[in-house]
Structures are given as C-alpha cells and as structure tokens.
Design a binder for this molecule. Structure first.
Ligand code: HEC
Ligand code: HEC
Ligand code: HEC
Ligand code: HEC
Length: 184
C-alpha cells in the first residue's frame, strides 16, 4: 500500500501553479478592461469616437480659392507664373482670423504688415514677408532634390546674378517677386 500514488499529494504543486496562472490571467483581463476604452475596436483597431474627435479639430489648411474670393487680382498676377502651384498660406499664413475679420468688413490694412515669426508653420495668422527663408524652404539646393526642380546654391546664385545686399533677408526681391518670380 505504501506504493500507492497519492494523486492529491503528487500534483499539488501543479494545482498551485494552475491557480496562480488563472489568477494572473483574470487579473490581466481585468486590467485590460480598465485600460481599453469602451468604443475601441468597434470599427477597426482604434476608438470609434476618435473619428468625430479628429474631424472636429480646427483645420489648419486654407484653400487658395477662399483667399481668391476677395483677392482676385492676385490670381491675375499668379496665373501664368510657375508659382501658381504654391499655396497662399505658405507665404502668408493660414489667414483664418484675417478672413473672419474681412468677412465682417472690418479688416483695415495696418501701416506695417504683421511680421513673420520665422516659424513653419507660423503662429502668426497673416503676415507679409520678403524673408528669403520662405523662398529657400523650397529652392535651396539640397541632396535628394530632383535635378529638374529649380533650386539654387544661394551664395553662388547671388554672386553670379550680382546681388547688392547679399546679407539682407530681403535680397531675393532685388530681382524676383513672390507672386510672379520668373525673370522674363
Ligand atoms: C472676405 C474677404 C477676404 C478674404 C477671404 C481674404 N482677404 Fe486678404 N484682405 C482682405 C482685405 C479687405 C484686405 C485689405 C486690403 C487693402 O486694404 O488693400 C486684405 C489684405 C490682405 C493682405 C495684405 C495684408 C496687409 O495687412 O498688408 C494679404 C497678404 C492677404 N490679404 C492675404 C490673404 C490670404 C492669404 C487669404 C486667404 C487665407 C485672404 N487674404 C483672404 C480681404 C480678404
Ligand atoms: C511665394 C510666396 C507667395 C505666395 C505663394 C503668395 N504670395 Fe502674396 N505676397 C508675397 C510677397 C512677398 C508679398 C509682398 C509683395 C511686395 O510687397 O512686393 C505679397 C503680397 C500680397 C498681398 C498684398 C498686396 C500687395 O501686393 O502688396 C496680398 C493681398 C497677397 N500677397 C495675397 C496672396 C494670395 C491671395 C495668394 C494665393 C493666391 C498669395 N498672396 C500667394 C508672397 C507670396
Ligand atoms: C512652396 C514651395 C515654393 C516656395 C516657398 C517658393 N517657390 Fe519658387 N517655385 C516653386 C515651384 C514649384 C516652381 C516651379 C518649379 C519648376 O517648374 O521646376 C518655382 C519656380 C520659381 C522660379 C523659376 C521661375 C521661372 O520662370 O522658371 C523662381 C525664380 C522662383 N521660384 C523664385 C522664388 C522666390 C524668390 C521665392 C520666395 C519669395 C519662392 N520662389 C518661393 C516653389 C516654391
Ligand atoms: C541680382 C538679381 C537676383 C537676385 C538677388 C536673386 N536672383 Fe534668382 N535669378 C535671377 C535671374 C536673372 C535668374 C534667371 C537666371 C537664368 O535663367 O539663368 C534667376 C533664377 C532663379 C531661380 C531659377 C533657377 C533655375 O534653375 O532656373 C531660382 C529658384 C531663384 N532665382 C531663386 C532665388 C532666390 C531664392 C533668391 C534669394 C536668395 C534669388 N533668386 C536672388 C536673379 C536674381
């Protein structure tokens, strides 16, 4: 009889292990239930309500045709220019406040236009700047730019063209304009 295998005694360590695993599993399940938002996974691996939340964020981009409802003459200046593909907001900011005020008919052109704060994207709602940084954000020769894109080596370009104020931020405007930069 002493040879009898005691099932209870010999598998006790396994039973303890099974209880621990079950408890850990249940715990993990509970923690997950607390952490995962209730609407997660209803329409995919994301919160369903995130869609509405993102859609209600203020939009940053402004389409050119919104600006052109009031600035038709700018369209005339730009329509045959290679810059017709460059969005107004790149050089002027998104203009949300500007448009709000202008729609009410209250916008008065200030004596000195708002200065650009040197940031892309700018916190300044509307600015007029001749800072070369704007031009060079696209036209500086950098590795990887397609050969066909018109980019310049700044120092070389200014020297070749005989620019006067090489160090001035406005130097590009000695010869180019923002709306129609081509040289005839
Ligand atoms: C509802 C009409 C309206 C809309 C839309 C509008 N503007 Fe204007 N904007 C004006 C008026 C009015 C002025 C002042 C013009 C003046 O006095 O010569 C002005 C002036 C400007 C100026 C000169 C600013 C200054 O203070 O010197 C710029 C640049 C400008 N707008 C850019 C834009 C851009 C970019 C957009 C689109 C994001 C835009 N505008 C949309 C009405 C509008
Ligand atoms: C590549 C940069 C660039 C783009 C793109 C651009 N502008 Fe301008 N804009 C300028 C600069 C620079 C000035 C200042 C012009 C000057 O004084 O010579 C200016 C001036 C203006 C003015 C003031 C009027 C004037 O001539 O003094 C208005 C209004 C204006 N832009 C509207 C627009 C609108 C609307 C668009 C898009 C349809 C646009 N701009 C796109 C660079 C740009
Ligand atoms: C958002 C990008 C962008 C910005 C900012 C920008 N440009 Fe351009 N520019 C372009 C594109 C795109 C073309 C057309 C290039 C092409 O056809 O290969 C172009 C073309 C040109 C050309 C060639 C004109 C021609 O007749 O072939 C000149 C000069 C130029 N830009 C000067 C400027 C100046 C000066 C500024 C600053 C006021 C400026 N650009 C700002 C994108 C930009
Ligand atoms: C002193 C006059 C002058 C100044 C200042 C000047 N440019 Fe130019 N730029 C020209 C002329 C002229 C051309 C046309 C050259 C040609 O077709 O070979 C030109 C051509 C360009 C082109 C087209 C290059 C190409 O491959 O066809 C770009 C882009 C350009 N300039 C950007 C700028 C920028 C950005 C600045 C300011 C940092 C600037 N330029 C300052 C006179 C000038």
């Amino acid at each position: 009889m002493s040879e009898r295998i005691s099932i209870f005694r010999d598998t006790r360590h396994l039973q303890i292990l099974a209880v621990l695993i079950a408890a850990a599993g249940a715990g993990a399940f509970w923690v997950r239930g607390q952490l995962v938002p209730p609407d997660w996974g209803k329409s995919g691996p994301y919160r369903e309500s995130a869609l509405a939340q993102i859609a209600s964020d203020p939009h940053i981009l402004t389409a050119d045709n919104k600006c052109l409802t009031c600035h038709e003459s700018v369209h005339e200046e730009r329509k045959d220019s290679p810059h017709v593909a460059v969005r107004c907001m790149h050089c002027h900011g998104n203009g949300h406040e500007h448009m709000k005020v202008a729609e009410k008919g209250d916008y008065k052109k200030p004596e000195t236009p708002a200065a650009w704060d040197n940031k892309f994207p700018s916190k300044v709602d509307l600015f007029v700047t001749k800072d070369r940084a704007i031009c060079l954000s696209c036209h500086m020769k950098v590795l990887g730019m397609p050969e066909s894109f018109k980019s310049i080596d700044v120092a070389k370009h200014l020297e070749e063209q005989g620019a006067e104020n090489v160090d001035s931020p406005d130097v590009c405007f000695e010869c180019h304009t923002g709306h129609s930069p081509g040289i005839e």
